[in-house]
Design a protein around this ligand. Structure first.
Ligand SMILES: [Zn+2]
Length: 365
């Protein structure tokens, strides 16, 4: 029985007698209670005294690597979050880098990046701590869904709250863990819904510490922006923790090239933070930094079988044909012009599309 379950068992009132929202609130309080000592213990260590780290009631010693389960309390329909936590405690003192993946459950490249980075980390040679949540939305990982079991988007639910939804509750628990522990965060994503992203880092260009991480990650493309309200990156930044996103490839796949670039990028960040020795790689030519981006969509009234005309990594000018759509009843062909000048950083793969569907993502200076 997990500690959280044990706490339930010793609780004065029978679990089944509590209204559901009360149970959620108690679950949250228990989870936060599990988190607080971890902060206290790590914060209590005097400078220069590099000791254990306590996380979710596990104690990880210097030079130790652990994988364990969250094992939070259950809702009435069963375990809603039983995902993996990876922790490597370095033999020497240093910062804590957190890596999150699969916040969108279908964006699988990030899982492999987190797994490979952790597998390659030798705690005896590590200064600081590496914490990975390789499958934050484990339900989505199992089912191939971007969303949480209640159809909500976890990456719009941070910092989370109690009493509104399971997604908000899980967001609060994940956010609480990361805020307590992380010196910096790399969140891993891919394109969504049959769209591919050129490997790229997203960062708030106005935040120097985060921009420094973005530059040293080593991706060829950096795109500015604070990110949507409720996204992990934005909320962590607002909590004072530098955070970047690495976006690469398509959902529902493991893509070796995009994964390898992500693994190298996190290694570069670890070198930058002084956590590991080695020579960081830099993109050749140097990274292109864009301040904004926007989409070319299927024009209203059109739809059909879509084929791209221009692809990832190409420069495009306003008015140039960027996509072609074949209307299947009339066999009429529509050419879709680009609505802006810029550089193509995301694109749909050939598929049936409808009016308003986002086809091509263009980054702009
Ligand atoms: Zn995503």
């Amino acid at each position: 029985m997990s500690p959280a379950h044990a706490a339930w068992a010793t609780c004065g009132r029978p679990e089944a007698a509590l209204p559901f929202r009360h149970r959620l609130a108690i679950t949250f309080i228990l989870a936060i209670a599990m988190l607080v000592p971890s902060h206290a213990s790590s914060a209590a260590a005097p400078p220069g005294d590099w000791g254990t780290v306590q996380l979710l009631e596990r104690v990880i010693a210097p030079g130790e690597k652990r994988k364990f389960s969250y094992q939070l309390s259950r809702t009435f329909e069963g375990s809603f979050l039983d995902t993996a936590v990876f922790v490597a405690r370095g033999a020497r003192s240093g910062p804590t880098l957190c890596v999150t993946a699969l916040i969108h459950g279908d964006e699988r490249n990030g899982f492999e990046i987190a797994r490979q980075v952790f597998a390659a980390t030798d705690p005896a040679l590590l200064a600081g701590t590496l914490i990975a949540l390789p499958a934050a939305n484990v339900h989505g990982f199992r089912t191939g869904s971007r969303y949480m079991p209640d159809r909500r988007d976890l990456n719009r639910a941070f910092p989370g709250s109690t009493g509104t939804s399971n997604t908000a509750l899980i967001a609060a628990i994940v956010f609480g863990t990361l805020r307590e522990q992380c010196t910096a965060l790399v969140d891993l994503h891919t394109g969504s819904f049959e769209r591919a992203n050129l490997p790229q880092v997203r960062v708030d260009l106005a935040r120097p510490e985060a921009l420094d991480l973005a530059r040293h990650f080593g991706a060829a493309v950096v795109i500015g922006g604070a990110g949507p309200q409720g996204s992990l990156r934005r909320e962590m930044m607002d909590a004072g923790i530098p955070a970047i996103i690495y976006e690469a490839g398509l959902p529902m796949r493991f893509e070796p090239q995009e994964i390898a670039a992500g693994v190298q990028g996190i290694r570069n960040v670890m070198i930058r933070l002084g956590m590991t020795a080695g020579q960081a790689t830099a993109p050749t030519p140097p990274a292109r930094i864009f301040s904004r981006s926007g989409w070319v969509r299927v024009p209203v009234g059109q739809g059909g079988v879509f084929y791209p005309v221009r692809g990832l990594g190409e420069d495009i000018r306003t008015g140039e044909i960027i996509a072609r759509i074949h209307e299947p009843f009339t066999d009429e062909r529509f050419d879709v012009p680009s609505s802006r000048d810029g550089f193509i950083v995301g694109a749909a793969v050939p598929q049936v599309v409808f009016s308003g569907y986002a086809l091509v993502h263009i980054a702009q200076p």
